[in-house]
Design a protein around this ligand. Structure first.
Ligand SMILES: C[S@@+](CC[C@H](N)C(=O)[O-])C[C@H]1O[C@@H](n2cnc3c(N)ncnc32)[C@H](O)[C@@H]1O
Length: 202
């Protein structure tokens, strides 16, 4: 695991935690509502950030266990936990190395996280491991477009966005999820084919 890259992401989010909610205006409540309403049972939310999804979970969920690599982002999530109609637990954790039991969650949900996780293969393999057989992976992600021009532009700009923001704009997250062995159930374009909803089953 790349600890330097991990440290860089942690510091970035620690530094922007107090202004994150303003900076992330582009993630619409409509998207948040759509993904959280697919969740049920015991849910692991990876990269929960400041907890902006918490008010949208339905009472089909039994528990939300939120993890994030940034303690300061999690502190804000803690302030939002009371907005959630189901019990919330929060812990600092790296999705690439989860100290959690295998086969222990009904759903794993993440919104705009695997664009920043240094190794998405390792992180998503961990999500696969902690999901129960038949459990659901629910992702809201921005990713590489299949439009030739746009994806060339994304490839070209990617080193800049990674250096400045630690954000990969050209990952093919759908292919990564499939390569790990998930059974793909839904791939829905939400903003062109750049922002997509992915639902896959372990
Ligand atoms: C773009 S923010 C999204 C936050 C939140 N999901 C939302 O929808 O507002 C990405 C989040 O992923 C977290 N993150 C990045 N790498 C991580 C890792 N390896 N393990 C856990 N969380 C991570 C960051 O700290 C940050 O809170």
């Amino acid at each position: 695991m790349d600890n330097v890259a991990n440290q860089k992401i942690k510091s970035k989010y620690d530094n922007i935690a107090s202004v994150y909610d303003v900076a992330d205006w582009f993630i619409s409540d409509k998207w948040r509502s759509k993904v959280t309403h697919l969740a049920y049972g015991r849910v692991l939310e990876v990269g929960i950030g400041t907890g902006l999804n918490l008010s949208f979970y339905s009472d089909c969920c039994r528990e939300i266990f939120g993890i994030d690599i940034s303690p300061r982002m999690l502190r804000h999530a803690g302030e939002r936990a009371s907005l959630c109609q189901v019990p919330v637990k929060l812990e600092v954790m790296d999705v690439q190395d989860l100290p959690l039991d295998s086969d222990s969650f009904d759903c794993v949900l993440a919104a705009f996280v695997f664009c920043t996780v240094p190794d998405p293969f390792i992180g998503l393999r961990e999500c696969h491991r902690v999901l129960k057989p038949g459990g659901k992976l629910i992702l809201l992600e921005h990713m590489r477009s299949e439009n030739k021009l746009l994806h060339q532009l994304m490839d070209w700009l990617n080193p800049v966005t990674v250096t400045i923001m630690g954000d990969h704009i050209n990952r093919n997250t759908v292919d990564i999820v499939a390569a790990i062995g998930f059974r793909m159930q839904v791939v829905e374009n939400l903003l062109g084919d750049v922002v997509r909803l992915i639902v896959a089953e372990r």
